[in-house]
Design a protein around this ligand. Structure first.
Ligand code: ZN
Length: 74
């Protein structure tokens, strides 16, 4: 009987790209954009980062803050 191989590698697994978070990703964000925000520690080195809904919310909140500050400066 044949069995499917199951891999437990963190590299391409469908989990959130934030270190310490193992949730199911909801969004794929370009790594640069997430790194710019600077509050999430990312694993791996792929160009796109998978974020779960929680981490995405944190990311979005921070980007909003940046935008708000930008608009205040004008
Ligand atoms: Zn997450």
């Amino acid at each position: 009987m044949k069995r499917r191989k199951i891999y437990f590698s963190n590299d391409d697994k469908e989990i959130c790209g934030v270190i310490g978070c193992n949730k199911i990703p909801k969004r794929s964000i370009p790594r640069k954009r997430v790194e710019k925000v600077g509050i999430l520690n990312l694993r791996g080195s792929s160009r796109k980062v998978q974020l779960c809904s929680d981490c995405y919310r944190i990311f979005k909140k921070e980007t909003k803050k940046d935008r708000a500050m930008e608009s205040l400066g004008r």
